[in-house]
Design a protein around this ligand. Sequence first.
Ligand SMILES: NC(=O)c1ccc[n+]([C@@H]2O[C@H](COP(=O)([O-])OP(=O)(O)OC[C@H]3O[C@@H](n4cnc5c(N)ncnc54)[C@H](OP(=O)(O)O)[C@@H]3O)[C@@H](O)[C@H]2O)c1
Length: 294
Amino acid sequence: MILVTGASGQFGKNAIDHLLKKGNSPAEIAVLVRDKSKAKSFEHTGVDVRVGDYTDYDSLLRALKGISKLLLVSSNDRQAVENRTAQHINVIKAAKDAGVGHIFYTSFVRKPGFENSAIAAFQNSHVESEEFLKNSGVKYTILQNGIYLEMVPVFAGEKVVDSGVILFPASEGKASFVLREELAEVAAGIIASEGHENKTYNLTNTSSVSFAEVAEAISATIDKKVIFQSPEVTEFQSTLKQFGVPEMYIGMFTMWATAVAQNTMDVEDDTLKSFLGRNPTTLQQFINSVYAVK
Ligand SMILES: NC(=O)c1ccc[n+]([C@@H]2O[C@H](COP(=O)([O-])OP(=O)(O)OC[C@H]3O[C@@H](n4cnc5c(N)ncnc54)[C@H](OP(=O)(O)O)[C@@H]3O)[C@@H](O)[C@H]2O)c1
């Protein structure tokens, strides 16, 4: 039996939908939520809804009973990145103790030099989780997912269509943004097939894009000129402050913009494309789906 965690989140939900779409029997699928009221969308599907929290070993041990394959969707804990590592370790320990045979873990795209990047702490959490998993003795598959295309509109700003300006200190850096649903589709395909024991996969788009290209793509879709401006970080931060953006978001935007500027997520790879059996969604296709007047 397969168990997918993070079922109340976007990735987990999509992975479960794809497992069902691929013809896996609902009787062979279990989903983990920490709040049962968030599992309503699964009621009609026939999958087994189990309750557990990454911070609560006993709940995980109960939830993982009878599971042979586990898709561990990484935590989104926003308090501290170290919390995520501890939570992943907790799940891996419980899975081992419950007799799970194979753990699939959603990690993040990484390239040499990541230790010096703006997202080093975040990356280190994945490195430590991966190391713990590899040393656990349980079969593993690591899915090093690229940065979601869905982050592009967040970084471009909600007023981009009206203002015609993207303000983001990403300079000329590029990243291989990839659609979350396609990552989830591939994860479902991998978990439901054989031959992935102790492998690590780079799952990114086949080409990387810059924010100048994001501006061009939005311009083409809305038929209005959008320009990209990459200010100094301090100027960017004081502009966001003037607009009343909370400190936490200012820090987050600065971190990701700097990471893009450092090209730390610029990893072009064909692995996702071959698992999908088609070309991954491009930036322009995604931008059309978000900004085209319906
Ligand atoms: N590649 C990227 O660009 C990118 C971007 C953002 C995030 N991520 C990572 O990828 C993961 C999946 O992405 P997503 O878009 O699906 O995120 P999401 O929609 O925020 O979903 C996160 C899921 O993790 C669950 N979760 C968090 N803490 C938990 C805990 N202590 N115990 C049990 N479940 C817990 C959440 O449950 P609740 O509904 O109960 O909160 C939710 O179901 C994220 O959690 C994050 O680690 C990757």
